[in-house]
Design a protein around this ligand. Structure first.
Ligand code: SF4
Length: 293
């Protein structure tokens, strides 16, 4: 994380697997939250037991894809997953820790996304989205996420474009939709026409570090250095060539990579703040409200 500071990193996102499985996660998150906007992803199974580790983070994202408990248990492949996720959300809120819901939009739940969003934002809980994406197997990627499933792979793009439209209109009069209008418009265009209006900014707007300290532009690309050598290589010719290559890549549609590509520059970061300032205020006031009790 001291290397991240040297590079001027603003936000660090801890995801997995489940980062809360680590025994030293409290120490790691405390250090991270002193210097960066710190986000942690949990599938809802551990957050309630790890509140002390999570006390200083900016927000915890709990993945919850549907309000139907039987469906959620089916998606997660674990009976009782929904109950645990809801308990985690309640516990974090009661403890004054900012929590957001993070549904993965897929063919399976795309019809429910707007209702799920309305349900949680009406309860002062913001919603931050992921998009189901499949990693095509390759030997040179840093690691793989998920597996191919026709049941989840979005095929009805018209509906996804409509979801983007409905979220844009929901944003205009309600707080809690944690995605910028610029990203929603880019996604809408992509789902409607297949055209990307953004270029990938891997290794410029974001990069990945795995649990062994290996660094890659994204998890679908091979490791290019180790964290200890990253600062020395950041401005190298080799990294510039890689940036150019990634800039023309259209291999994936991971929503977090799209967001960090669209908002990669300093102006892009300001764009997020401008778009989301009401939501940031919502998180702060929710916290203050809880802390006062
Ligand atoms: S589009 Fe960007 S994030 Fe996706 S695989 Fe290509 S380089 Fe990686």
């Amino acid at each position: 994380m001291d290397v991240f500071r040297k590079l001027g990193v603003i936000e660090v996102v801890f995801s997995g697997g489940n980062p809360l499985l680590r025994d030293d996660i409290g120490e790691i998150l405390d250090y991270a939250s002193r210097f960066f906007v710190t986000t942690v992803y949990d599938n809802g199974s551990l957050a309630a037991e790890k509140v002390d580790a999570l006390r200083n983070v900016d927000f915890v994202a709990i993945s919850l894809d549907t309000l139907d408990s039987r469906k959620l248990d089916y998606i997660k492949g674990v009976s009782g997953a929904c109950e645990k996720a809801r308990k985690s959300i309640e516990t974090l809120k009661n403890e004054g820790i900012s929590v957001v819901i993070s549904p993965t939009i897929s063919q399976f739940n795309q019809h429910e996304i707007v209702d799920l969003t309305k349900y949680f934002i009406s309860r002062d809980t913001p919603v931050l989205y992921c998009l189901y994406s499949y990693d095509y197997p390759s030997d040179d990627r840093l690691f793989g996420i998920g597996k191919k499933s026709d049941e989840f792979e979005p095929t009805d793009r018209r509906i996804l474009a409509k979801v983007c439209d409905e979220l844009i209109s929901l944003k205009s009069d309600q707080q809690g939709v944690f995605i910028t209008t610029k990203v929603l418009n880019a996604l809408k265009q992509y789902f409607s026409t297949g055209q990307r209006t953004w270029r990938c900014e891997a290794l410029r707007g974001f990069f990945i570090v795995d649990h062994l300290g290996r660094v890659a532009g994204c998890h679908l690309r091979q490791s290019i250095t180790s964290i200890v050598e990253l600062a020395d290589k950041w401005d190298s010719f080799e990294f510039e060539k890689l940036r150019e290559e990634y800039n023309t890549c259209s291999r994936c549609t991971y929503l977090c990579y799209i967001v960090y590509s669209i908002h990669a520059s300093i102006l892009g970061n300001l764009g997020i703040i401008r778009d989301q300032w009401r939501n940031l205020r919502l998180l702060r006031t929710t916290n203050k409200r809880v802390n006062r009790h």
